[in-house]
Design a protein around this ligand. Structure first.
Ligand code: ZN
Length: 244
């Protein structure tokens, strides 16, 4: 029996050849192997993707070029070898997956990776995680853009003391919606960022609000961080810091 040429060519297609060889008892086409390989690749894919978006590296020349003169200005006393460049994935409040990056002290690099992985898995919303150098090292601009950031060699606002951000040991989460509030004796207050004044009162709910007992707070505290929202003299709702 002969097949019309179009049917014959169809049978030469690999799927049909495999079907035909099965019925004839021969396994000339390695389809099972290919399927096995595809299955293994599919199983490996989530962990491979995970490793790609959560990473810790030393500061490369290209990252330092971004930091130099900004977060790492002249007179910075922190050796570059003390710092790490992290890549972290996160969700925003709309459910979009975003790729973030930050620079921190190596003492908290693995802690931050562990925390951000759990926040990601729980879809805890974080709007933006960019290097503060993208804002020319300007903390007010970064906070006003609701940017989560960590290392920035700078004095505490309004003083000459270095903040824990200078050592890369403090991180500000969703800062626009969780501002730093200093009450003055005359009853007025200084709010940073200024654009976050409407969120200085913690009554009510809104996207990106950080609260005592929520997942973000619990994770940082469980990894040994203190929360600025629990301080007495100043309420820094965005701020977590670690003291080795
Ligand atoms: Zn802070």
């Amino acid at each position: 029996m002969t097949f019309p040429s179009n049917v014959d060519s169809m049978l030469n297609n690999s799927w049909f050849r495999y079907s035909r060889s099965l019925s004839s008892g021969t396994f000339s086409f390695p389809l099972p192997g290919v399927l096995c390989l595809l299955t293994v690749l599919w199983l490996l894919m989530p962990s491979a993707a995970f490793a790609q978006v959560f990473s810790s590296e030393t500061i490369s020349d290209s990252v330092f070029a971004r930091m130099s003169g900004r977060s790492y200005g002249e007179g910075c006393t922190v050796p570059l070898s003390e710092l790490r460049y992290l890549r972290v994935a996160h969700y925003d409040a709309e459910g979009n997956v975003c790729q973030g990056e930050l620079v921190c002290n190596k003492a908290i690099a693995q802690k931050l990776l562990a925390i951000f992985k759990q926040l990601y898995q729980a879809r805890y919303p974080i709007e933006r995680v960019r290097l503060i150098d993208d804002y020319n090292g300007d903390d007010e601009r970064s906070m006003s853009d609701n940017n989560t950031s960590c290392f920035n060699f700078r004095p505490i606002a309004g003083s000459s003391r270095l903040s824990n951000h200078s050592l890369g040991l403090a991180i500000d989460i969703n800062p626009l919606y969780n501002p730093c509030v200093r009450r003055r004796s005359d009853g007025s207050s200084k709010v940073q960022p200024a654009a976050g004044r409407r969120y200085a009162s913690r009554k009510g709910t809104w996207p990106y609000k950080l609260e005592k007992g929520d997942l973000c707070h619990r994770l940082f505290v469980s990894h040994g961080f203190t929360w600025g929202g629990s301080w007495r003299s100043v309420k820094d709702y965005q701020h977590f810091e670690y003291r080795p």
